[in-house]
Design a protein around this ligand. Structure first.
Ligand SMILES: C[S@@+](CC[C@H](N)C(=O)[O-])C[C@H]1O[C@@H](n2cnc3c(N)ncnc32)[C@H](O)[C@@H]1O
Length: 826
């Protein structure tokens, strides 16, 4: 594919990547969560100046237009080639390339200590080669041009200056056989992820011969303009072995001083590799263990060590090959065998081959803690994947401690079929499904959390596909996904069968099976632009089970949210009134039925992660997926009219703040919100539901002093639940002293055909306050019935058993004085 036109003119210096200040970054998140209208506008409208401090012009967010204009500049630059490559003498090139390391060290230090944010460009068109190296012809720098894809060619070169990394970019100098020198810039090439300078010197020492398939040279703005070979796909960079036939007749015009090898003694190399393994520089450890194995191919312990490094890199196929080879080696000692077998089992666990892993583990010493734990893990995963039985409380506890949550995948009564929503594929029910039923447990292909060592919180994405800024975790998914498909190429065909937006051909009707290919895998050509589109259209912001969204006092900050990409969950289409609900335990995504569903019915989930009580609050998130959402909620909001919805959205934001009482009383808020709904609208009124919950909270506090108010608390609760779409069957607001209540066969006080999907946690909290109202008045029968309803809704929504219910609502139960009552009530 040729990317640039040849007839347009190039104006050096026209394109400048914007430096966007930290303040802008903060405000941008505010803008997203404030429904696109500017917090001060809302504040002015509602005369709430003290709640929403006026934003100064300096802190205005980066707008869609700004992103758009950067994109146009870049597109224009891309279209402006081909151009001659600016010439620089070998001496000058070398001196600037050798200065790169100290320069970048300084600038990185300043960046890390400063307040600026950096933007990775997401969604720019990047070339990648699909022609095998053997079918390409060599090209030298002299024949190359800037802003031009050298289709059918490859660049043969070798490293001439020490590489240096700035986040996901690695730069260094190379020369071609004629001796011309150019900088190379590698973007997101997995083996260099997180590499220190010392590690880079091992991974890419001076003299390393390389081939770059179908190279592209870009020119960065000066002064002076700097040309560089840009490599954006890992499959375009090929490390050549000295014995490679390509190098056989090559004569390098210049001699370069090669660095001294780190060691030629296996024992010393082994020690160095072990230190890199300990330091978490796994790629470097693999590289050195490989050197060791070249010197001593029959040492099984080296293979076991390399398998350990591969396991850490989640390169499980390669780990399995190494560990298995070590185990069957004739040179292995009886003392080394258990460790080799343990690494085989660990690789199989990573590949989700649980029965096979278990068989190996059971032949090891079961008194060893790590073996015992692995056996337990295997057995749990086997139970989960077979029958969908999970220990939710244990998963919740791990998630609450921010520890990794391990779970097997589970697919319930669902299948991929053609969709009635926006065409393409969707997920449908294969049989009748009951509300609360488990539909899917999915582990991510990749996930990213704030605070991960690989994530820097001021590295943002200027997303040209969405024309919005992506947070650090969303940006990190791109590098992680590239690494993942390099380690597990069999995933590439599945991942690239996900929807990639309207500029790509429609995906196949079914996801291809992720059949594992034997290692070493066939080579794949990685289209990084396609992967960026797939992440943009399919990645989820995680809905953390530990911090329920609907009870968050503050609006969610998109730029700080963890993010992940999944396979089957990506095939669910959106509805603002979906029939499924989803949560994340760590990065494990769990989807359940939110309604009773008939066979063949399409299953939908809500893509909305921010406050989304009105069509206009949802618009920014929906824009990417549909120009007009046809769900009943959006239809009702359209009937209410935009201005009314905007006002309502402002109150919705206010309702999420902990300091709302300083701004407005619940009565005034409810009266104002009520006027934003048309009289003809049905009872489902999300913002009213939140408003009544606020009223109930205030009344309940007063009722603790003045018990006459408990009836009003219960009445407010009923209204909150009904406005959330819950059917309240027994609207009892008076109290009957029943004393301690035995178990009874009373039916649930609410309907059980559906659970609310927009704020189930808020509804559970409301029901707990109902429980408190009745309990405080000695009406233990109704208290027990409301507690049962709260538990039922929580179980249907998240699968929580009693243990998990107590863990999740411990704070509310204690605050309401219900802890003891709840624990003693069956
Ligand atoms: C994550 S994918 C969902 C699966 C997709 N339909 C497929 O075939 O792979 C998201 C894309 O599906 C389509 N989509 C999902 N929900 C939709 C809706 N309610 N209305 C219109 N299009 C929708 C949009 O093209 C959206 O960008």
């Amino acid at each position: 594919m040729k990317r640039w036109k040849s007839d347009a003119e190039y104006e050096p210096g026209r394109v400048r990547r914007p430096e966007i200040q930290m303040t802008r970054y903060l405000r941008y998140s505010e803008r997203l969560s404030s429904v696109d209208m500017g917090a001060h506008e809302i504040a002015d409208y509602l005369s709430l100046g003290s709640v929403y401090p006026r934003l100064t012009p300096l802190t205005e967010p980066m707008t869609c237009q700004e992103i758009d204009s950067v994109k146009s500049d870049l597109d224009w630059k891309c279209l402006s080639g081909p151009q001659p490559i600016p010439k620089v003498s070998r001496k000058d090139q070398l001196s600037s390339l050798f200065a790169l390391r100290p320069e970048i060290k300084e600038s990185e230090k300043a960046f890390r200590n400063g307040t600026q944010v950096r933007h990775e460009f997401v969604g720019t068109l990047k070339h990648f080669s699909q022609t095998k190296l053997a079918n390409l012809h060599q090209i030298e720098f002299l024949a190359m041009q800037a802003f031009y894809v050298h289709a059918g060619r490859f660049l043969l070169c070798r490293v001439v200056s020490p590489p240096v990394r700035a986040t996901t970019n690695v730069s260094f100098g190379v020369e071609d056989p004629a001796g011309l020198i150019l900088k190379v810039s590698l973007s997101r090439i997995p083996i260099f992820n997180g590499a220190s300078n010392a590690a880079l010197d091992i991974l890419l020492p001076i003299g390393t011969p390389l081939a770059v398939r179908e190279p592209v040279v870009e020119v960065a703005d000066g002064p002076p303009p700097c040309a560089f070979v840009s490599v954006t796909s890992p499959s375009d960079l090929i490390f050549l072995a000295p014995s490679d036939s390509i190098l056989q007749n090559i004569v390098w015009n210049h001699t370069i001083r090669l660095p001294r090898p780190i060691s030629s003694r296996v024992d010393q190399l082994n020690l160095i590799a072990a230190n890199y393994l300990k330091a978490g520089q796994y790629q470097t450890a693999v590289r050195i263990f490989t050197k060791c194995l070249a010197l001593n191919p029959n040492d099984p312990s080296l293979r076991v060590d390399r398998a350990r490094a591969y396991v850490e890199l989640e390169h499980f196929e390669a780990a399995l090959v190494d560990a298995s080879a070590a185990f069957v080696s004739t040179n292995i000692t009886p003392g080394q065998k258990p460790e080799a077998l343990y690494q085989v089992a660990k690789s199989e666990l990573g590949l989700r081959r649980y029965p096979s892993a278990l068989e190996k583990l059971l032949s090891l010493d079961l008194t060893l803690v790590h073996v015992k734990q692995a056996v337990k893990r295997c057995r749990e995963r086997m139970g989960e994947s077979r029958v969908g039985h999970y220990n939710w409380a244990q998963m919740f506890t791990l998630a609450a401690k921010s520890m990794p949550v391990d779970a097997a995948e589970f697919t319930g009564p669902i299948k991929v079929a053609s969709s009635s929503r926006g065409g393409g594929r969707g997920i449908v029910a294969t049989r009748k499904i009951r509300v609360g039923e488990l539909l899917l447990v999915s582990t991510p292909i990749v996930s990213a959390f704030p605070g991960d060592s690989s994530i820097f919180d001021r590295e943002l994405g200027a997303n040209f596909i969405r024309k919005q800024v992506d947070g650090p975790c969303r940006v990190a998914l791109i590098s992680k996904l590239i690494s993942k498909v390099v380690a597990s190429p069999e995933l590439y065909s599945c991942v690239t069968a996900l929807y990639a937006g309207p500029t790509y051909p429609p995906p196949p009707s079914q996801l291809p099976p992720a059949t594992r290919s034997p290692y070493p895998h066939a080579e794949i050509d990685i289209d990084t632009t396609l992967l960026e589109h797939i992440i943009t259209y399919n990645a989820f912001y995680l809905k953390n089970i530990v911090h329920p969204r609907s009870t968050c006092s503050d609006t969610r900050n998109f730029l700080e949210l963890p993010s992940a990409l999944y396979l089957l969950p990506s095939l669910f289409n959106h509805s603002c009134v979906p029939n499924t609900t989803w949560h994340h335990f760590g990065d494990v995504m769990v989807i359940r039925a939110a309604k009773n569903i008939v066979e063949g019915e399409e299953l939908t989930l809500s893509y909305i992660s921010g406050p989304g009580d009105t069509l206009w609050s949802r618009a920014a998130e929906l824009e990417l997926h549909t120009s007009r959402c046809d769900c009943s909620l959006c239809g009702a909001d359209r009937n209410d009219e935009e201005q009314q919805c905007r006002i309502r959205a402002a109150y919705d934001l206010l309702l999420r703040r902990s300091d709302i009482e300083e701004a407005i009383s619940p009565e005034d808020l409810l009266a104002n919100v009520e006027t934003t709904y048309s009289a003809l609208r049905g009872s489902f009124r999300p913002t009213m539901s939140r408003g009544y919950s606020y009223l109930m909270q205030v009344l309940a506090r007063n009722a603790e002093e003045d018990p006459a108010q408990w009836s009003a608390v219960v009445a407010g609760g009923i209204q909150s639940l009904e406005a959330a779409g819950v059917v309240v069957k027994d609207k009892i607001v008076v109290f009957e002293h029943t004393g301690v209540c035995d178990e009874s066969n009373d039916s649930l006080v609410i309907g059980t055909d559906a659970i609310p999907t927009f704020a189930p946690e808020m509804c559970v909290e409301v029901m707990l306050r109902m429980t408190r109202a009745f309990q405080s008045q000695g009406d233990m029968r109704m208290a027990r019935r409301w507690l049962s309803a709260a538990r039922w809704m929580e179980k249907a929504s998240t699968g929580a058993d009693r243990d998990m219910f107590h863990l999740r609502y411990v704070e509310s139960l204690q605050r309401l004085g219900l802890d003891e009552f709840s624990r003693s009530t069956v």
